[in-house]
Design a protein around this ligand. Sequence first.
Ligand SMILES: [Ca+2]
Ligand SMILES: [Ca+2]
Length: 276
Amino acid sequence: MIYPNSFSLSQLLKFVVISITGLSLNLLSNNSLHAAVKTKDAVLGKNLIVNGNGKQGTCDPVGNAVGSDIPDIPAWKTTGSFSVLCYGASGFEFVNNFGTSVRVSGLPDANSPGPENRGKNLFFGGADRASSSASQLINLTDLASIIDQGKGGYDLGAWLGGYDTDLDNVLLSLDFLNQDGLSLGKKSIISPTPEERNNITGLLFKSTQGILPVGSRQVNVGLNMNYVRGRVNDAYADKLSFVVTKVPEPSMNPGFLLGGVVLTILKLRQKRRLLE
Ligand SMILES: [Ca+2]
Ligand SMILES: [Ca+2]
């Protein structure tokens, strides 16, 4: 016996199952993407880092805050004793391993090398002899069509620095993630060495530019404060900025085209001369 409808029925059933499964997978991945993102929607030409200057919240006026004494730092997920320091923090005294009282002083203030309009606060590695970090996830979904044409240009900039001759340092990194949260590439900038700062406590401007990898849907911004020595982690950062712009079309100005035509004619003449 032949059942003319049995094949089409099973095919239809398979189609329905695939459709429903596919749909639910899509819903799941969209939900998980949206659940992970709490930052503002991405727009061109604006700084997409939230609270990149540390001003949303209070600051540590001394420089010794650890644990629950560390000020709240809106928009950032932190590890260790990552903190926000007040410019001009007073510093503090401590007793070292030899029983001697030593003072932490000369922390960055309003007159240290650093950004204009620096506000009251800066990010600080923290009052521990340990490294620390902060990160935030930026949602790029709204810019997907530009990014997937390979036209999502980005500019990462920040004021990064350190203390006197101290080697504690900062790494500010971008990790470009696809729809599934998989890394498509990384880019980073690092704080100046003590020599680059002339062994002066302060912050210098560092930046890097590039094109967002096609398929980027989120970028994880990481601020790693690397401890090397001393009583505290003197890695400093302020005024972090990550801006996406649409890169322009290739230049097609008349002069450029004319130049190309002239060059082609000259080459053809040269070729003809060689053949003659
Ligand atoms: Ca600031
Ligand atoms: Ca230190």
